[in-house]
Ligand binder design. Sequence first.
Ligand SMILES: Nc1ncnc2c1ncn2[C@@H]1O[C@H](COP(=O)(O)OP(=O)(O)OP(=O)(O)O)[C@@H](O)[C@H]1O
Ligand SMILES: [Mg+2]
Length: 454
Amino acid sequence: MKTEVVFICRECEAKLLKWMGRCPHCGQWNSIEERVSQVAPKGIARQNEDKLGPVPVDEISYDRRPRLSTGIDELDRALGGGIVRRSVILVGGDPGIGKSTLLTQALGTMSKQGERVLYVSGEESLEQIKIRADRLGISSRSFLVVAENDLERIQELIKTTDASVVVLDSAQSVSCQSVDSYPGSVSQVRHVAACAIETIKKSRSACFLVGHVTKDGALAGPKVLEHMVDTVLYFEGDRGHPYRILRAVKNRFGSVSEIGVFEMTDTGLSQVSNPSEFFLSDRPEGASGSVVTAIMEGSRPILAEIQALVSGPTPGSGRRTCLGVDPQRLALMVAVIEKKLGLALNDQDIFLNAVGGVRATEPGVDLGIVASVISSFSDRIIPFSSMIFGEVGLSGEVRPVAKAPARVNEAVRLGYTRVVGPKKNLDSCALPEGALFIPISHIREAPAILFDGG
Ligand SMILES: Nc1ncnc2c1ncn2[C@@H]1O[C@H](COP(=O)(O)OP(=O)(O)OP(=O)(O)O)[C@@H](O)[C@H]1O
Ligand SMILES: [Mg+2]
């Protein structure tokens, strides 16, 4: 086969004739890498090339067995209801976040249900895997483990083991001798993933492919894998806190809006089936700037605390810092507050935090943001039993949001008796005795409503 050396930008995939320090197409520095085209992966789409031309869609048969449950509800939920056979699921996440732990636990429960499972580790020894399995309380004869990082051997193992589920931990630690670059480089990772995917699609196994994410997200390259796999899950969390969120960012077989919530403990990850309670467990009482709002994560409402700290005045324009909240959204809300309520926020530093690593990025949190900023700026406390939700438009109007009854019910379930929400959502929400829905149609009304009668 003819070999050809090409230079490709790993950011924008542009093809160049020679190496350059900076990609002329996307402007990224140090993103050009050399690839030898002879060993370029065949491409998954070509797996059917030995078949005869196109076939009528009616004649295509597929495995109609139900999805395979991982035995971990929160993981099944993020996957859209379990593992689809022969699918490839990329699990990305920061180093040490708990990817190996999660997948070892999932294989552990599946092997207990009688499934034959295979854990291929390219970065840990058999002893290390055994220590983890012991800590997680896993022991099973159908849980097979191998420490291997040669791609061809792994492909052979996948074929011969005939496991229901294979974990390949990680894409970065496996290499193929025919690719002329070091393990973990983007060309190696891409080649490894393409070959592993091809092997999986021809086998009867499903595969979890672990991908490391570095701080800049570049070197490790799970981004380049996203379009190749069927499902992409990101395991997120702050290592200073025990909670972890498993988020689907792509799913060919399900919704991407579902999340799974876990807590990291000495004996592994435990599921958090009541995330609202979990995220609100350490909420300070009597603190200005603290507001509880309801966020929809797929079909699930999650109550979360938004905290604002407005401090100033500072010389010049104030800084805006957001954690878990879209900075654009904060900028917009601040502009609306200034214009419609006449609060002078220009020279104030504003820090906004969605507590617990929650991502409060949907429009339903607007009113919560507005309330927390006003509360902190005026140093007035919003009653502890309040839950505040609603979208805020540019003229200060409070707009109705989707799934208002689900949000309100979640608040009532957790004992929040004072719900402040869009007037247009009032009719659809039925509250039990003792709980109150206070409708609001413009943020002009907010100062009087939020602080219980002004
Ligand atoms: N003995 C232990 N007790 C409690 N927690 C532990 C213990 N050992 C490990 N952990 C937790 O597990 C985490 C590491 O989990 P794991 O090895 O699954 O992460 P990972 O995402 O696979 O990491 P890597 O990127 O290095 O492969 C640690 O950060 C720690 O929180
Ligand atoms: Mg690991």
